[in-house]
Write a protein that binds this ligand. Structure first.
Ligand code: ARG
Length: 601
């Protein structure tokens, strides 16, 4: 088949293989010993190890010398300048299987070159035991990722699309690192607007219990009409307000009507999730409602809640306005639900990381909520668990540089957007005659992988905090930094492997991977960096770092393939293994980005 699901790569746990930690981590462990020997008086000094930007200098560097010098200046007679500290650090590196040589640059940077046979072996072990053995180890076992989270009866907009794509990728990375992830869809399914919606449903569809969902038609239009009536008609408004009371009081009829409205929305959301192959577990705002009184009571007992202009509020430092916990009318709001949801996630679900993926517009909301939770002692000091984090992201812009809208300046329907990406991909494949080569299902599956993959990658490749411009032509270009280019590269390598007519599983038994040519070594080194890139990506919550890695990987592969003959060369076995290692790591990246790989194109 040409397509497979983005199955998470596995390996380590199943096969009981030791998890090694990243190359950077292993080097850091080694450098730590050297630092202890070099400056025993600085027993807390942590090694600062990073990949060299310029391959001419080495593979990795240790950057501690300058910092150490500023700490011991005037106190030490041993070291006169940072360079002499660098020399000592290099000299004190313990014997190891992986450091080939070191050199000192400028103010004491220790450049490190790794042993090539060690890199070869690391790649070989990965081929045998699975890329799961390269999963970094994180200081967390259970996490809540609160993402997507659209609002019932309102449109799911491009902001929710970004949240869905970014949140899913972060969840995938955490899962890859063996973290138990609760993928939470915190849908807006509660609040006073439901009174209006229910009342309008009763009026427009007296037999609402028996009608199919389609009868209501477009739920957003329904919402708008209800809102119009609510604003214009005092009688209706009064009824709507009464309806909220009935709903919250648990009246069966009102509950059922509410359920109906939620179900219709959910069906629409699911169409998006199905296309994107994103799984979420819904625990909407309504879920936390029964827990609110108790949580508010606990906050009250901590003397955090005071009265302000008729409302019950928590004052938080740095904000002029307080966080409203109980509104003047006695109702709870968005913030009350978030305080309660946090309490639930921490105490009932026992999550250690709780992360919220929304647009940066909500930064202040989360800032205030987290500060209130700190006052309550529910969020501890920085560095302790549980940790709460808002993952903000910028806007999606249209070609005009303004918020992305349709031509008639409506909110873009996400299903339509995704379908267009897929259809454009399909047209392209048909242009290339693939409809004659492949079965209808294959064509369909490839169009989806390309189209949806392109949308996801175009989003993920940018630093999430920046705005980005939604542009079909750009994201579907086979020649740029796009999913399409990457999927083609992957498929091309797969076809080389197929054309070799060799059984890769057999080749794997030979342990003959040798990185002799400089572009082989460059590619090999990049491969073994996978673990630390995932680690950085997930701990900084920046999937774009993984995208950059993947794009460079494709570039380095191309360089290797340009310079090194693979099929029917003397080094064929080794080079095929390197090709295989490349596709395995590429697929791991695709999987972490939620992109479905294609094996032929
Ligand atoms: N429903 C909200 C919105 O559409 C996002 C909810 C984010 N999650 C949370 N726990 N507040 O803006």
């Amino acid at each position: 088949t040409s397509v497979s699901e983005p199955v998470p790569p596995t390996g380590a746990t199943e096969k009981n293989v030791e998890i090694l930690g990243s190359v950077r981590q292993q080097l850091a462990n080694l450098m730590k010993e050297s630092l202890r020997a070099t400056v025993p008086e600085l027993s807390e000094e942590e090694p600062v190890v990073s990949a060299c930007n310029n391959a001419k200098h080495g593979d990795y560097q240790c950057n501690n010398a300058m910092g150490i010098f500023s700490k011991i200046k005037g106190k030490s007679t041993t070291y006169k300048n940072p360079n002499s500290i660098g020399q000592a650090i290099a000299k004190n590196i313990p014997e190891s299987t992986f450091v080939e040589k070191t050199s000192i640059a400028g103010p004491g940077f220790v450049n490190i070159v790794l042993r090539t046979d060690w890199i070869e072996n690391r790649i070989y072990q990965m081929l045998v035991n699975g890329v799961g053995t390269w999963a970094p180890v994180l200081p967390v076992t259970k996490a809540v990722v609160d993402f997507s989270s659209p609002n019932i009866a309102k449109e799911m907009h491009v902001g929710h699309l970004r949240s869905t794509i970014i949140g899913d990728s972060l969840a995938r990375m955490l899962e890859f690192c063996h973290v138990d992830v609760l993928r939470r869809n915190h849908v807006g399914d509660w609040g006073t607007q439901f009174g209006m919606l229910i009342e309008y449903l009763f009026e427009q569809f007296p037999n609402w219990e028996d009608i199919g969902d389609q009868a209501i038609g477009d739920l957003q239009a329904f919402y708008k009409a209800a809102k119009l009536k609510f604003d214009d008609d005092a009688d209706f408004k009064a009824k709507a307000q009464q309806a909220v009371v009935s709903l919250q009081g648990g009246d069966e009829q009102y509950r059922a009507a509410w359920q109906k409205i939620c179900d219709i929305s959910r069906r629409e959301f699911d169409q998006v999730y199905k296309r994107l192959r994103v799984t979420l577990e819904e625990k909407g705002e309504s879920f936390y409602n029964p827990y609110i009184p108790d949580v508010v009571q606990q906050l009250r007992e901590k003397n955090l809640i005071e009265e302000s202009e008729g409302a019950q509020v928590i004052k938080v430092d740095g904000f002029e306005i307080p966080l409203i916990v109980i509104k003047r009318d006695g109702g709870f709001n968005y913030a009350t639900t978030d305080l309660t949801a946090f309490w639930y996630r921490k105490n009932v679900e026992k999550a250690e990381w709780i992360i919220y993926v929304t647009d940066v517009g909500q930064a202040q909301h989360f800032d205030m909520v987290f500060k209130a939770l700190k006052l309550a002692g529910w969020i501890p000091e920085e560095g302790q668990l549980p940790k709460a984090k808002h993952i903000g992201f910028g806007l999606v812009l249209g070609a005009d540089g303004k918020r992305f809208r349709t031509r008639s300046s409506e909110v873009v329907r996400l299903v339509d957007l995704l379908d267009e990406a897929k259809n454009r991909s399909k047209d392209e494949l048909v242009n290339r005659g693939k409809d004659k080569e492949w079965s209808a299902e294959e064509l369909e599956a490839a169009s989806e992988a390309l189209g949806y993959g392109a949308v996801k990658y175009a989003d993920l490749k940018n630093n999430r905090l920046t705005n980005y411009t939604f542009d079909f032509e750009q994201m579907l270009d086979v020649r740029g930094n796009t999913a399409v280019y990457l999927l083609y590269t992957h498929a091309r390598i797969c076809s080389i492997l197929r054309n070799s007519k060799k059984d890769i599983e057999e080749l794997k038994k030979s342990n003959s991977l040798a990185l002799t040519h400089p572009s082989e070594r460059q590619l090999g080194l990049h491969l073994v960096r996978f673990a630390e890139v995932v680690e950085d990506s997930v701990t900084n919550f920046l999937p774009n770092a993984l995208c950059e890695y993947l794009y460079s990987l494709a570039g380095m592969y191309t360089e290797f393939y340009t310079n090194c003959k693979v099929i029917e060369s003397e080094e064929e076995t080794s080079r095929l293994l390197l090709c295989e290692a490349t596709v395995v790591v590429m697929r791991a990246c695709f999987s972490l980005l939620g992109i479905t790989p294609l094996y032929r194109l």
